[in-house]
Design a protein around this ligand. Sequence first.
Ligand code: FMN
Length: 157
Amino acid sequence: MEFSKVIAARHSVRSFKDKPVDREVIDAILDQTATAPSSKNSRSSVFMVIDDKDTLLALSEMRSSGSALLKDAACAVVVLGDTSKTDLWIENAAISATYIQLCATNLGLGSCWVHVNGRLRDKHDPSKGLAEDYVRDLLAIKDGFKPLCIVALGYEA
Ligand SMILES: Cc1cc2nc3c(=O)[nH]c(=O)nc-3n(C[C@H](O)[C@H](O)[C@H](O)COP(=O)(O)O)c2cc1C
């Protein structure tokens, strides 16, 4: 797709068809995203692709609002930063997530950014803890890697 059309077409998609996305399409998105700029070429962004329905359902329950759309996504990419590589992992991860969304649009997929870093699971009940801790436990994320966000992907309903 022409670049200006990709920019114009990208929008947040929160409702998806019940149609899988070929792994080749996800791999193409991640290969293109790997070319994104990063501070001092630190390449701190790491991606976890989730297409297991039970795990997507569990991720959709990460926050009391703003994450429910993940349950109907065909898959999701958890965008993490390797904090050992740079103090600017958040900036790098945000650029990576943006690339994922634009590459997804170019390949005919809808997407939505679902935020993790710094968010409470329930802003009205801090005792439920942080979204980051929920994701870390669910996906067994190692120390030193921090999730910035989850990008939901799928064909727009
Ligand atoms: C940093 C960031 C955090 C976001 N967090 C969420 C989120 O948790 N849940 C959600 O449904 N959308 C989230 N979004 C999507 C925004 O709501 C959306 O981009 C914005 O409303 C503009 O709409 P558009 O993407 O269709 O242009 C987030 C976007 C960004 C850039």
